[in-house]
Design a protein around this ligand. Sequence first.
Ligand code: RTP
Ligand code: MG
Length: 139
Amino acid sequence: MATNRTFTMIKPDAVENGHIGAILEKITAAGFRIVALKLTQMTVADAQEFYAVHSERPFFGELVEFMSRGPIVAAILEKENAVEDFRTLIGATNPADAAEGTIRKLYATSVGENAVHGSDSDENAAIEGVFHFSGREMF
Ligand code: RTP
Ligand code: MG
């Protein structure tokens, strides 16, 4: 089977709580190859653009404030069936509903502050990767 790519962010809550190393270890142990990786911070405008699909949702303001409040780790990951397998690895949006052993079950604190992002389609993975990385930063 051909490999494909997904995009992830370790969100500000998980960075603040010191979970970068543990989360990257879970990701690589699950067989994902790191194609691109950096510590960065989104501006309010960046977060509004990145999550524009949710702009009409009641939690949008909170989401933008949260995602721009501190550094994140952005990464592009490669594996067979990357998008779907990564969403399985991170677990449900709400950590209360996430399966045992998933990254959100282990490290998320609430439905809003849920430790990690994972792309929801191959198309969005490509868009989100280019949002954060230049071609020279992808390996
Ligand atoms: P993500 O895009 O970050 O990987 O999360 P997801 O697909 O599991 O969930 P999505 O529906 O795309 O929601 C995006 C992010 O918005 C925040 N959220 N807050 N307060 C709330 O009810 C609520 N619902 C969603 C979360 O940070 C969620 O990951
Ligand atoms: Mg989503």
